[in-house]
Design a protein around this ligand. Structure first.
Ligand code: FUL
Length: 607
């Protein structure tokens, strides 16, 4: 694929070399630069400093807070990944109100919403011409409804930006796996979404695919998808399986402290990505995607900034049993500092419920979260922190604080329209007549926030210890953030003490519960909420009274999305079962026998 928006290497680099390039005649590479053979590390560092975002990437970065809306057939089945066999009739929200979503999100400070127009189950939330598997075949509004349109209209009314998630992986489309046919099908869907709903600001292509070794193999035509977006919505950013916005690498709301938007990671939609990223031994989940060590080895560099996607609940879709597990204010605050405060955009998922409304618990938490941020940001204690400071390596600048300042947060910003440059900095406070270290960091980028103990000071001193060309510091601010207590975790997922349990077989895992009990659910909770290649993905669950005669309990047999979101997954049974022994026969995402430990299993007793 051709990289669009690529500007030519400027004459001063091609000609006399770097010596001739002064700060005045600084030239930039929009979105991408290739390092010609023989480029020295010093030259690469200088070029890296001048890779800049496209106008839409810059606008996107400034959004800071964006919201995901996972809504669809899974909302009505209780699953995280539907398998495409669902009856579309079951989609029937009783009081869907897209204005309720947008109004609440707007009031909570969110600047864009992205709707799962189609998730992996293939069910379309708009009346598409491409398949019957859509709202048109549902009971909702007698098949005359269009969720995408309702959301679009609400966004227009409230001045909210609007994006669509369209899953490439489709478990319903009969042509999925017949590559040319499905690619056309996907382009037709994309064309409808990008033609009939006004401006679309972000197009989100999920990379997830749980087909496994024996599943259908679809070769996606990313180039054609890319061109469709360029043609129909040239101002939209293309996320994840796209080259404008990069997946941070986890679904826990955790960015990197060192986060380079100018990165050596080649976007997955480019044919050369496997070769490039393979040679550098990196992927989306790597810690280092932009250091000098990486630059030394890389042949090209991209402006490909990070987006942190995470759900306000354990799952991406609404499940009533998670109503008590909406993330705490403390957790959301940490996520905020570890996303927006780590040079990323936060994409927080708030899934509408079966009524078609954002649940009261989520709204209450969003309001708390917004109030917390507003209170903190209301007073910036730094005087004149908004003056542009062009800082050479080693430069320091003092900032006067307002009288009687008590602070515990510092915020720094680079003018990324001129590239991302800072590699290391320190901040000191003038306390009791002397300079005292307050905090230090590596990258800044669009925004970096640091928290530290409450400090009363008269002045701050920021030092740029290492930078790629002169840094353009456009904001230095300081705030006071109220302490926020963690509420005790009420997310109990095991209702029977393991003291009396015994593992009688390891593979598959058989547990003697020590007594015969009535069960209505079991839970699989990967240890330390961490994914590993040996974890369970597909499974069968059996119960027995004597450890010899086994009865399989009907389940959907899949811990959907557990690889990316390794949180406890509770499987509710259709009816209560009696068990003294339980057996979990599971395979990994690559279809080898899974290794599950007793401590990773919980049971829920029937009342
Ligand atoms: C993942 C998907 O598999 C999840 O269901 C969810 O949509 C998340 C945002 O991306 O890859």
């Amino acid at each position: 694929m051709k990289v669009l928006n690529r500007f030519a290497v400027m004459a001063c680099l091609l000609g006399a070399g770097l010596a001739g390039c002064t700060e005045k005649s600084e030239e930039y590479y929009v979105k991408h630069v290739e390092f010609p053979e023989g480029t020295s590390l010093e030259q690469k560092v200088d070029m890296a400093a001048r890779v800049v975002p496209t106008p839409q990437q810059l606008e996107w970065q400034k959004l800071e807070l964006t919201a995901f809306l996972h809504f669809g057939i899974n909302t009505f089945t209780g699953r995280e990944w539907g398998d495409g066999t669902e009856d579309p009739a079951i989609f029937n929200p009783s009081e869907l109100d897209a204005e309720q979503w947008v109004k609440n999100l707007k009031e909570a400070g969110f600047n864009m919403v992205i709707l799962t127009a189609k998730h992996h189950d293939g069910f379309c939330l708009w009346p598409t011409k491409t398949t019957k598997h859509s709202v048109a075949s549902s009971k909702w509004k007698d098949g005359k409804g269009d969720v995408v349109k309702e959301l679009r209209d609400a966004c227009t009314k409230y001045g909210m930006k609007f994006g669509v998630y369209l899953s490439p992986w489709d478990r319903n489309a009969e042509c999925y796996g017949d590559s040319p046919r499905y690619n056309q099908y996907f382009i037709d869907q994309l064309t409808e979404l990008l033609s009939n709903y006004g401006e679309v600001h972000e197009v989100w292509f999920d990379g997830a695919n749980g087909e496994g070794p024996n599943g259908k193999k679809q070769v996606y035509d990313w180039d054609a998808f890319y061109k469709t977006i360029q043609k129909l919505q040239p101002k939209a950013t293309m996320a994840i399986m796209g080259d404008d916005v990069r997946w941070v690498g986890n679904e826990r709301g955790l960015g990197r402290e060192t986060e380079w938007s100018a990165t050596v990671l080649t976007p997955g939609i480019y044919a050369r990505s496997e070769a490039n990223n393979g040679a550098l031994e990196i992927s989306n989940t790597s810690d280092d995607l932009g250091s000098r060590d990486m630059l030394a080895k890389a042949s090209e560099l991209f402006w490909y900034p990070s987006e942190v996607d995470v759900s306000i609940r354990p799952g991406w879709f609404y499940h009533a049993e998670e109503d008590g597990k909406v993330k705490s204010l403390k957790h959301l605050t940490d996520i905020y500092f570890q996303s927006v405060g780590y040079n990323s955009v936060l994409l927080l998922n708030i899934p509408p419920d079966r009524r078609g409304l954002i649940h009261e618990n989520d709204i209450a938490r969003l309001k708390e979260f917004a109030a917390y941020r507003q209170k903190m940001l209301a007073t910036d204690y730094v005087e004149d922190g908004g003056e542009l400071w062009k800082a050479a390596e080693g430069d320091s600048r003092e900032y006067t604080l307002k009288p009687d300042s008590k602070i515990n947060v510092v915020l720094l910003q680079e003018d990324i329209a001129k590239g991302q440059r800072v590699e290391a900095f320190t901040v000191e406070a003038f306390v009791d007549g002397q300079w005292t270290p307050l905090c230090e960091g590596t990258t800044i980028g669009y925004k970096r926030m640091l928290r530290f103990a409450d400090t009363e000071a008269g002045k701050l001193r920021v030092t740029i210890k290492s930078t790629r060309r002169k840094a353009n510091i456009c904001k230095v601010a300081a705030y006071y953030a109220e302490p926020v207590e963690e509420v005790a975790d009420r997310s109990e997922w095991n209702g029977l003490s393991r003291a009396g349990w015994k593992v009688t077989e390891k593979q598959p895992l058989v547990i003697d519960l020590g007594e015969t009990v009535s069960l209505k659910a079991f839970t699989y909770a990967p240890l330390n909420e961490t994914a590993k290649p040996t974890m369970a993905f597909r499974y069968k669950f059996y119960v027995s009274q004597d450890g010899k005669q086994w009865k399989e309990v009907p389940t959907n047999g899949e811990f959907s999305n557990i690889m990316h979101n390794p949180l406890p997954q509770t499987v509710a049974f259709k009816s209560v079962v009696k068990a003294r022994y339980i057996k979990l026969d599971a395979t990994t995402p690559s279809s080898t026998p899974a290794e599950v430990e007793m401590n990773e299993i919980g049971v829920t007793l029937a009342e």
